[in-house]
Design a protein around this ligand. Sequence first.
Ligand SMILES: [Zn+2]
Length: 666
Amino acid sequence: VGKTTCAAAAAIGAAARGRRVLLVSTDPAHSLRDVLRAVPARLAPAARGARRPGHASTARRGGSLHAVELDADRALGRWIHARRRHLRTVLARGTYLDDDDIDGFLRLSFPGVDELIGLLELTRVARARPYDEVVVDTAPTGHTLRLLAMPATLGRIAAVLDGVSAKHRFLAESLGGEAPRDAADAVVDEIARESAALGEWLRDPARCAFTWVLLPEALALAEARDAVAALDAQGIAVTEIVVNRVTVPTAGRCALCHARAGAERQVLAATRAAFPGRPLRLLPDEGTEPRGVPALRRLARRLAGPPPPLRDAPRPRALAATRAATAGGGGRRWLAQVAPPGLRLAIFAGKGGVGKTSCAAAAALALAARGPGDVLLLSTDPAHSLADVLDGGAAAGPSRSGASLADATTVEAAPRRLRVLELDAPRAYGARRERYREAVDTLFAALTGGSRFDIAFDRAVVQDLIDLAPPGLDEVFGVLTVVEALFPEPGRPRYETVVLDTAPTGHALRLLALPGAALEWVHALLSILLKYRRVFGLGELGVDLLAIARDLRRLQALLADPARTRVVAVTRPAELPWMETRRLLDGAARLGLPLGPVIVNDVTPPGCARCRRAADAEARVLTALRRERRSPGRRPCAIIDAPAIAPPPRGPAALARWAEAWECDS
Ligand SMILES: [Zn+2]
């Protein structure tokens, strides 16, 4: 949607006004380098060696700009390394865990950890030099919300660690000794202090301002509305709304431009109504994306100055699809590329704002119409938009979000073979956690003998470990729904194919790398249970963990099998999305995931002079893209063109019509 571009422009603008600025990306799909045309530092220690993109030409009167992309794994490693000895002391004091178990836990890596460590690193880097402003390019919606909830998570971690230490202090004091807070306790205090400070900082409008960036599309507005409300509820104020890529109305009679301007006009009116009292800034669609410091400086002036007047678009006439009529003949060749017969799992991945969810929904509809067998369209993106895409904007459509496979629903006017589920991963994980808590209570209640206090403390520790599942673990369990749908227990419905709509790029990749990491976590928990086994057997929790381990291994095998799994990348015919898509494809290949076709969405059909200019620019990207996919060393893949239509397709009928016009080059 241009989030990174706007963040970079804001940072450059501030530096040009004489401020010392640090620009940080916490989005695991780093596109800062593409936007700046320079490689930012990967958070070198104390931000030393941070490159200064455009330093000389940007800065005035002592202003400066440093840019860094956060490397979550390295940052977490460094954070833990500095505290490992003390964390180990705290954990060893209060539990039966030995050093190997504890190190095993401290080595684990999870997707939510990016967010956690992102905030801590931000403060560290910002303190390393005297910056006036820090501009943060965050991860896409759902994950940003999680980032902002992280201070609370940190606070809980500190509380748990303190609880663990409490046992040690209690025992020491009951033996008549004293247990002054030592260096290990100081680490716990530090975590508690930092989490409180971060929470305050985010909520202080004098020190922290949020800008929401969206496209003038109904889906993007629905997402923005949910997210801004969620932020408000947390006491974090969004101070400005930026609507990017707004079509400037022309006098011509081009059906596409006309329909697009008309549809956007309605969305803009709805956006104004949705955020009363908040400044709304419209950035016109320039045809090309600003890249590099000079172009970004021009955008910065736009962001800082008064909003440009945008003339009213002509009233919408026919809002029908403009390209579908010219289609036909191409048939459903693309479907054989997305899901050849025998395929069980099609994973849709792409950057935010490329229409990934619409493409996944259109493919699932076509697949359900083709048969055989039932199709599950599953979303694991914390910012769900499947329901919005499929219900055609009906405000009172049936809820498609749920905590388990049993909540999957059919869609009106869609093939009966299709079921849809937006997985509420935190809720699903919450239910699981409650079961575990009860199981642990039952087990400890059955224990007799030994010190009462000892048991009480150990029970608290095991409960806390369950509570403190690494952030992001909920999403891993969410993905296990795929296994549940494809390989059901006897008596449960079986799906032939799952179409998976994932969170945007960086998180999708981390999620797909996860079965291995999740297995490690399960094994770590199991090894603790095994220590207690002599006392009370493996219990329900143990049995459950063994089942999870089995499912995770199944998922790993499925993800590695090109006959059953395909990753479908969705992109737009523009430089920045394609650069990120290339990294997605390379990352997926490194993970050993089988690559399917690339869907290039929003390809401008021939039309007015402006459409032709856009089409020419897109053709250059498409040609480069095709040449590159066929170059030696890369596995060739089919490229599917999906035409731009206005308004964007919503509801099964519009999606099916749109997909009729997709064209496949092989
Ligand atoms: Zn046009």
